[in-house]
Design a binder for this molecule. Sequence first.
Ligand SMILES: Cc1cc2nc3c(=O)[nH]c(=O)nc-3n(C[C@H](O)[C@H](O)[C@H](O)COP(=O)(O)OP(=O)(O)OC[C@H]3O[C@@H](n4cnc5c(N)ncnc54)[C@H](O)[C@@H]3O)c2cc1C
Length: 403
Amino acid sequence: MPKRVQRRFAHIVLGVGAIGAAAAYWVGRRRGGDVLAIEQYDLGHGLGASEDHSRIIRHAYHSADYTALTGPSYAMFEAVQERTGLALITRTGGIDIGIGADGEVMVASYQAALAAAGHDCTVLDSAELRRRQPQWHLPEDAIAVYQADSGILDIRKVNAAHIALARQDGVEFLDRTAVQRIESEADRVLVVTDRGTFSADTLSVCAGSWTPTALNGLDVRVPITLTHEQVTYWSTPHLREFAPDRFGVWIYHGPQATYYGFPVYGEAATKAGRDVSGRVVTQETRSWEPDEGNRDDLTAFMARHLPDALGPELMTKACVYDLTPDRNFILDTVPGHPRIALFVGAGHAAKFAGLVGDILADLACDGGTEREIAAFRMDRPAITDPGYPTDFGFSAAMSTSGP
Ligand SMILES: Cc1cc2nc3c(=O)[nH]c(=O)nc-3n(C[C@H](O)[C@H](O)[C@H](O)COP(=O)(O)OP(=O)(O)OC[C@H]3O[C@@H](n4cnc5c(N)ncnc54)[C@H](O)[C@@H]3O)c2cc1C
């Protein structure tokens, strides 16, 4: 019995986190607002990966696959800043710190990837780093890459700005509506929800850690691992020393683990987290309660290296990473379903939200894009080969690359 279709749109966006909100905006620009964006919870909810004061935005990456895209990504956010008058990016400068020989390998890979995209950086030894940022307590063999454009992306404002502009362009948002199944037909896509069925010429699946279930109805395998992640805010008494004009964003690539953090922003507090906590969860077993072990490990790290950033804990926020086996994004049309495009952010995509939204618009409207996204294809071994050796650290010398 043919499905009774409520309404037909040019395009549907499944999931309105950072990526879905950006896709709704950029596809809406191209499709005259004839777009429906469907979200299972309230818009701006805190249950996904996109709700907080801040995310790190940076050009500094280990690979040209990413540095080729960071420039256009800043430009997408700047275009939204222009249209809204909102300050979405705060440039603070940022450092990637490594230790000893592994640190030098990391620095060399970052220097090469930055140079490949024409971005400047400065290499700092431990003494120069301490001269510039006396807040740090580091071993003699610490080494760092400093990049001036790194900073804070106000992810909460970014999402709200994309949604507001999309609405202005005529895009419709249906919240508190769960997509139960996707049916791919020759001339359209059917999206079955708990509030009726909708159809569209094309669909963007932006479901983050829920991707495997959101693709229900399509015979597609998307191997992602969910890990419990959390960040902690401390009400440091040393607010001035950690203000954005004196202290930037940072990623510490240690031999055992990677940590990252922010100056005071959003709260009268510093913020930090450990990258890839290692606690694997499922949608059923995940918890929004802080993990004590993770918190103690992070606090011990801070006490060793940034003691003045500590103070009474203000809060700890939990969420999950949606890790692909090689921790590279998935950004592609779904094999066998050219009307359906998919994005998975692998725990480091907020800084690319605007650009990914625009690329999803290209895939929906033109069936392809001029942007270089071959590294994120769905037919790569990490996605297709069940035996692919999982490596959340981008196989560089150090622990992980950071968010
Ligand atoms: C602790 C932490 C720190 C991070 N730090 C950084 C950082 O510093 N820099 C950076 O660039 N990135 C960072 N990231 C990663 C970044 O935040 C994420 O990659 C990004 O927010 C992912 O956005 P998303 O829209 O794909 O996922 P989500 O925000 O999870 O959105 C997916 C949406 O889809 C909806 N959905 C799912 N299934 C359905 C369905 N069936 N029906 C309807 N709706 C559905 C969900 O409700 C949700 O709203 C961090 C992530 C975490 C967890």
